[in-house]
Structure formats: structure tokens, C-alpha cells
Write a protein that binds this ligand. Sequence first.
Ligand SMILES: Cc1cc2nc3c(=O)[nH]c(=O)nc-3n(C[C@H](O)[C@H](O)[C@H](O)COP(=O)(O)O)c2cc1C
Length: 209
Amino acid sequence: MKTLVILSSILGDRSNSKQLADHLIARVKAANPAAAVKVRDIGAQPIPYFDGNTAGALFTSADARTVEQHCIVEMSDALVAELMEADRIVFAVPIYNFNLPAQFKSYLDHVARAGVTFRYTSEGVPEGLVKGKQVFVLTARGGKAEGTPADTLTPYLRQMLSFLGMDDATFIAAEGMAMGEVAALEGIAQAKQRIDALVSDAAPASLAA
Ligand SMILES: Cc1cc2nc3c(=O)[nH]c(=O)nc-3n(C[C@H](O)[C@H](O)[C@H](O)COP(=O)(O)O)c2cc1C
């Protein structure tokens, strides 16, 4: 199993979503010390916004691209390739202003590639091509919203990942990060317990492999 971890917090080592990802990586390594884990931190090394230059580069045929356009497509291709190569994908996603960080939206914009990561069938039905992955979304938020209409991140992200073929993602949230020290510690501990429960072979999305 190759594991790809995408970190997207702007808070570096103080990030709570990173803390959850580190915990999950530790559990994966404990279950299988030889497990291959690749970490990409798009909070520390942001991906450029998907702007007019990016769209122009992707829509220009390879033989007609400028050097700058080649570089843009190369980066997008590299993001897609590592996603496709992974068997297990972990997205560590903070909630900023009721939704995902701009850095992570940029990432999704780059990997949502028609004909590569999704396509439309002859009936015009979208089909995700990032298939057969075990997907975890580890979120952290200042307040509490999981399972309520105030959770404006999960429905969007579920739909987006499902559109790309990742339709069985396991979401784990650390909540109450800005509600005082006790609530924050409790929120992290509960999320870590949920990650620990995934180590069992019997867990629906097991980390044991
Ligand atoms: C710019 C910014 C915006 C935030 N907006 C929200 C929000 O809308 N709702 C919420 O519950 N918490 C919000 N928070 C709190 C974060 O969700 C919380 O700090 C969480 O731990 C962020 O994840 P991270 O530590 O991995 O960066 C915000 C924090 C920042 C820095």
C-alpha cells in the first residue's frame, strides 16, 4: 500500500489537522514498518491558483505550449500522477472561514482534469477515474459542527471527491479547537481514538495493510 498525505494547514507544526495526519501515519507505520508514505505540504509550499494561465496551458496542445505553459502542465501532471499512484490517500484539511483552505481548493482545481481524473460517458454522466483508493479526510475546526447543517465543508468535499471517483472517503474531525484547552484536547483525543479504531483488520477502512 502506497500512502499519499496532503497537508493543507497554514499553521505548520501547530496545525491540528497535521497532528491527526501524523497520528495516522504513525499507526500505518506501526502496522507495517515498510509502508511507503509520501507527504506533500501545500500549506508550506502552496500550489499556484488555477488562473487563466493555468487553463490556457492545459487547453493548449503539447506541441504548441510555451516553456511557461510546459512548466504549469508538468506540475499539474505530477500532482495527478502521485494521486493515481497512491493506494491510500489522506487529506488533512483545516476549516477556514466555513470551508476548505484556498490552498486545498487550488489543489483540487489542479487535479480535476477532464479525461484524466474524470470523464463524461457517452450518456453525459460524469465518471470519476481516481478509483479503488482508500481515502481519509482529517479535518480540524475551531467550533463544533460535525453532522449539522453548520458543517459546510463535508458535503462539498464528499461531492468533489466522489466526482473524481473517491466515493468512499472516511471523514474524521477534531472539533472544538478554539473552545478552550480542555475542549481542544478532548477533540483531538476523540479524533485520534477514531483513527486508532481503523488499525483493526475488521475496520471498514482498515489501516492494517
Ligand atoms: C483564518 C482562519 C479561519 C478560521 N475559520 C473557522 C471557521 O469558519 N469555523 C471554525 O470552526 N473554525 C475556524 N477556524 C479555526 C480552525 O478551524 C482551527 O484553528 C483548526 O485547528 C484549523 O486546522 P489546522 O490547525 O490544521 O490549521 C479558523 C482559523 C483560521 C486561522
